[in-house]
Ligand binder design. Structure first.
Ligand SMILES: Nc1ncnc2c1ncn2[C@@H]1O[C@H](COP(=O)(O)OP(=O)(O)O)[C@@H](O)[C@H]1O
Ligand SMILES: [Mg+2]
Length: 254
């Protein structure tokens, strides 16, 4: 059984079909990429999966359970965690504190309790801090634990975001354009970290424009164009798909 199954998912904005009858599945322990030109519906698709937007029709089934219609914190509690297209760290906090926030939410098993700032016992705080430091170490950024997140390089901020998302102990991690704004060295590091995360048994679904990153690390690739799925295949097959080539090379004659 697939870890995630998306069935005939649709979402319109006014007359625009941003996500139009999309179906695909994501195998456990795999890395799947969603690619497509700007405006293809990739972020909307992520918002539908994470519950940040309700779908008009269709279903999202995670670990055999329908999750569409649930609130984002409920979906997170089922084991889906995400990062956003624009880095969303708390700028006045250290790298460690940013990760601890993610863990606080997990510990109290609901965003509401986390938001209410209920006091945590010393034992809980210690557990949260230890776990957060472990994640910074996993992502090779433990040396920045006590540095303000906003003063880190972009690549390091991405890694902090990954750590914060992992603090929820997800089974599925959604990454929206993790390499956006990064230089080639930072992109290579992010690719290495994504593979490392997958090897820990976490399934990854990512939206990404950087083709070499996508081709290097993905097991399967879904291609969206104007809200429609036009391909869903192995990277080598996607590279040879005439429709995909046409979209990416902008061949007007075809
Ligand atoms: N909240 C919204 N309201 C209106 N239109 C939106 C909204 N979000 C996305 N869209 C539109 O839906 C289409 C798909 O957007 P998006 O999912 O962000 O694409 P991608 O991430 O592939 O670039 C675009 O045409 C975009 O302008
Ligand atoms: Mg997007």
């Amino acid at each position: 059984m697939a870890l995630l199954e998306i069935n005939n998912l649709s979402r319109s904005f006014g007359g625009l079909k941003a996500v139009n009858d999309i179906s695909f599945s994501v195998r456990s322990d795999s890395i799947k990429a969603v690619i497509g030109p700007n405006g293809a519906g990739k972020t909307t698709l992520f918002n539908l999966i994470s519950g940040n937007l309700p779908a008009d029709t269709g279903s999202v089934v995670f670990k055999g359970l329908p999750i569409h219609g649930l609130q984002p914190y409920q979906i997170a509690a089922h084991g889906i965690s995400r990062t956003f297209q624009n880095i969303k760290l708390f700028p006045g906090m250290t790298a460690l504190e940013n990760v601890m926030i993610g863990r606080h939410v997990k510990t109290r098993a609901g965003f509401t309790a986390g938001m209410l700032h209920l006091p945590f016992s010393r034992r809980e705080e210690k557990e949260i801090k230890e776990k957060s430091l472990e994640l910074l170490e996993l992502l090779d950024i433990n040396q920045f634990a006590h540095i303000e997140a906003s003063s880190l390089a972009f690549g390091q901020q991405r890694a902090v975001e990954f750590a914060r998302a992992l603090a929820l102990e997800p089974d599925l991690l959604l990454l929206d354009e993790p390499a956006a704004g990064l230089n080639i060295y930072e992109t290579a590091e992010i690719a290495r970290l994504i593979s490392k995360i997958q090897k820990r048994g976490i399934t990854v679904l990512l939206v990404e424009h950087d083709m070499s990153l996508v081709m290097d690390i993905s097991d399967e690739i879904v291609v969206l164009c104007f809200g429609e799925k036009i391909a869903d295949d192995l990277p080598a097959k996607i590279q040879q798909n005439p429709q995909v080539i046409q979209i990416y090379l902008g061949d007007d004659d075809a």
